[in-house]
Design a protein around this ligand. Sequence first.
Ligand code: MSP
Length: 499
Amino acid sequence: MSRFYITTPIFYVNGDPHLGTAYAAINADAFARWHRLLGDEVLFLTGTDEHGLKIQQSAEEHQISPQAWVDQTATRFVGAWKELAISFDDFIRTTQDRHHQTVKKFLTAIYENGFIEKGYYVGLYCVACEAYYEESELLDGNRCPVHERPVSEMSEENYFFKLSAFTDRLIELYESGKIQVTPEFRVNEVLGFLRQGLKDISITRTSITWGVQVPWDDQHVFYVWYDALINYLTAIGYGEDDTRFADWWPAVHHLLGKDIIRFHAVWWPAMCLAAGIDPPSQLLVSGWLLVDGAKMSKSSHNQIDPLSVVRELSSDALRYYLLSATSFGSDGDVSLERLRATYNADLANDLGNLVSRTVALIVQKLGGRTPPVPALDERIEPLQAMWLEGVAAWNEFRPNAALGAAMEMVRFSNSLLEQYEPWRQPVDDPASAWCLGVVREALRLATALLIPAVPDASAGVLARLGWHELGPLEWVAGGEVCELARAEPLFPRLVKGGR
Ligand code: MSP
């Protein structure tokens, strides 16, 4: 059996989840669900990044202890992910003891291998990014390129990771494709960065206490990014359960946003090499969700609250919109208006109506008994091509193409109904039975492509059409007879001002 290990970035708990962070979780969830459909053993890991200066400062602002603060906000992430139907297998919190233990073991291995040394650091730091910047990377007025806020000068004695020792090996790993980057154009960005040469980086802090203590020097805590990346190993038993670790590593798929590519594509593989383990095998790099061209983020005050969309419509509607309206890897501009329009056009009109119409026709014209699924022939060949394109698209991490293929199957089926007009034909007409048998099977396979995006309503589609379970992921002629009955519409149409 194949295994599929997928991770999201772990989320900062300095605020509530927003649509941008939900986007990472929804993409990863869709890939996890697709691989479960394929029959793979899936491990889907998500969680929260709870250390560092940013969190310590948020807690101070709210006048509570950092632990009390992260306990509150982490719970809100778990709750939000449940409302968004994020089917994670493990939710890691970096304040958990299991994580502290792993960080200590992993970084001790790097220390013992001679890749960590003491030094003195002076640099320009963005607290919101929890990262040092070179002056050349900053905007006018020494402002951070991501948050557009001034950075501050920090100086401290700390431990350094000898990142520079790994430049050539990393270049080789990307050039040879041993670490895959999806979409591919991001590899050039990584290689460009590597070819400039790497500097050693400071990985501990004495100025804060909210972090994992350095095992060999209790004056220091690890820099938050250093501890955070290691979460990917904590969940699979690094240093704890070698068999489990070997089962899941290094065939991992790390999903991340383009803003954190350097940490994942440069630091993280170098850390793995320094500790003596293989680097991760794939990075899935998403673009940003934009609102009117600007990145949606807590600091820009332009957020769309994912949970208010769930309450107005459904998590399916939100998930479908985000996955179909953006091309994974590129930036995508989103709006509530377009979300509602997509819901009406694709889910309520095309899919919802087709399901209702098919069920109604089977009830009226075939006495409610499902017709057998016809064998594929040239009349319906396009359906097979669309299905195969949808499968390839999910396998290649292209959700919008997979959903596009599902909707093409839906529209092809609608046009088949228009062509055969079963409503004009007598009861038990063979051509109508053929057409309805085709449409019902096409809907089953289109639903397979939709499940990763629209998990809740997909179950409703299958149930209305008399499928007790999804069944094989291929066109299957024949099939048992089931009795269908009319049911409520799956996706009530939205009218202006509400449903
Ligand atoms: N804690 C770090 C990740 C550590 S992983 C070892 C972090 N957290 S974050 O909460 O700021 O961001 C988490 C993810 O959400 C990142 O991949 C980031 O790219 C993504 N997004 C945040 N805003 C986003 C958009 N507006 N659009 C798409 N993704 C965005 O970084």
